[in-house]
Design a protein around this ligand. Structure first.
Ligand code: S3P
Length: 432
């Protein structure tokens, strides 16, 4: 069913709110709790389509997962070698994280598996994980050697290896780390640009012998995972839409509670601060080993910037909403090193350039960069390209312009932020 939104100018945001649990951590919590020796409890689990697909897949692989209440899962771990073959294909839906991490895990099992996904996921590159996993001894067949469906041939002996991921991708790194848990020797995984390290930190907290620092993980062979209680913070990638809205809409002052502020995820806060944004981190603390804070945001006069390229990996999912802020800021914004945006749920450079131009913005792009001249925008009918983050980005843009903006095909917002419209309305966004 197609879901379209109508959005128009907001007169200001106020109040406190929590956003849904972190998507990256929710996927990993299900996966690692399933491989642990006994029963784990997960709180703050994201009830999104992506992460529920991952939980469903583990149920298919023989893991008992209870959902006693929303956002809680009780996972009865089966140990590293306790997964069972599924007669049916394993459907990752829209989730690149689900498919790539599972490829690393399943290539080490004694049985075969078939991974499938929706139309968007079936167009996303998988050779980036397949080629590197093959170096460890994995055997994986893919359509055109690059796309789902992926047929993963079990029963292979995996070898410890030293591998550089070559692409700044936590999904690629994590796929290799999952395979390394089953290898016959230690593995050293390096990356040229450090990416989010949730796989490494969760493994360590569950007792796996692993050493890691920015851009480097040494995974020892032969460990075990102990069960745990995992408390997942709010997802900064979801919070980013509300943060941008509060910065851009005059008369706004909001506080978002319990948001994960892992340094590998806070590039967007640095970028907004460079643009002149008033953002305060309150009540900073650790929760299940992860830094969290309440984030207070007030309306600000934003100006264009040259985005420091080192921030890109730390705000990779927030680039669409950053482009919206740039289009409404005073002056010109330039960003480079963005090639990875072309292989997300949609080509996020193309999707944003099209929508912003439809709203009257002056935008130019190259394969890996954009230049956006800030100024006044006008309402338009916007195509989201069935990409959740594109839909939410334009819902925010529409709050700062006259007239009614239509945003088409927003159903996939349920993959990461199912209650976005309701929560946005509560804070004062004009969206239905
Ligand atoms: C994720 C890594 C990023 C990010 C995605 C979640 C993860 O993807 O865009 O939303 O959980 O590891 P890449 O690894 O492709 O950059």
């Amino acid at each position: 069913m197609s879901v379209n939104w109508l959005a128009s100018r907001s007169s200001g945001l106020s109040g406190m709110a929590s956003v849904p649990g972190d998507k990256s951590i929710s996927h990993r919590a299900i996966m690692l709790a399933a491989l642990a020796e006994s029963t784990s409890v997960i709180d703050g689990f994201l009830e999104g389509e992506d992460t529920r697909a991952t939980a469903r897949i583990f149920a298919q692989l023989g893991v008992v997962i209870e959902a006693p209440s929303p956002h809680t899962r009780i996972v009865h771990g089966v140990g590293l070698h306790g997964l069972k073959a599924s007669a049916e294909p394993l459907d990752c839906g829209n989730a690149g994280t689900g498919m790539r991490l599972l490829t690393g895990l399943l290539c080490a099992q004694s049985f075969d598996s078939m991974l499938i996904g929706d139309a968007s996921l079936s167009k996303r590159p998988m050779a980036r994980v397949i080629k590197l996993l093959e170096k460890m001894g994995a055997k994986i067949s893919a359509r055109e050697d690059n796309f789902a469906p992926l047929h993963i041939h079990g029963g292979q002996v995996l070898h410890g290896a030293t591998i550089d991921t070559q692409v700044a991708s936590a999904q690629v790194k994590s796929a290799l780390i999952f395979a390394a848990l089953y290898a016959d020797g230690d593995s050293l995984i390096t990356e040229t640009r450090a990416t989010r390290d949730y796989t490494e930190s969760m493994l360590q907290s569950l007792g796996w012998p692993i050493e890691f620092s920015a851009g480097k993980a040494l995974v020892h062979a032969g460990g075990k995972l102990k069960a745990s209680h995992i408390n997942i913070p709010g997802d900064i990638s979801s919070a980013a839409f509300l943060i941008a809205a509060a910065l851009l809409i005059p008369n706004s002052d909001i506080t978002l509670q319990n948001i994960g502020i892992n340094p590998r995820r806070t590039g967007i806060l640095s970028a907004f601060k460079l643009m002149g944004g008033h953002i305060e981190l309150l009540n900073q603390r650790l929760q299940s080993g992860e830094p969290v804070a309440d984030i207070r945001v007030q309306s600000s006069k934003l100006h264009g910037i040259d985005l420091p390229e080192h921030l890109v990996a730390d705000m990779i999912d927030e680039c669409p909403i950053f482009f919206v802020a740039a289009a409404l800021a005073n002056g010109t914004t330039r960003a480079t090193g963005l090639a990875e945006l072309r292989v997300k749920e949609s080509d996020r450079i193309a999707s944003m350039v099209k929508g912003l131009r439809d709203m009257g913005a002056r935008v130019t792009d190259s394969p890996d960069s954009v230049e956006i001249v800030g100024g006044r925008l006008h309402s338009a009918s916007i195509e989201s390209f069935e990409d959740h983050r594109i839909a939410m980005s334009f819902a925010v843009a529409a709050q700062c312009i006259d007239g009614v903006t239509e945003i088409r095909d927003c159903a996939n917002v349920a993959t990461s932020f199912p209650d976005f419209v309701e929560l946005a309305q509560t804070l004062g966004l004009n969206l239905k």
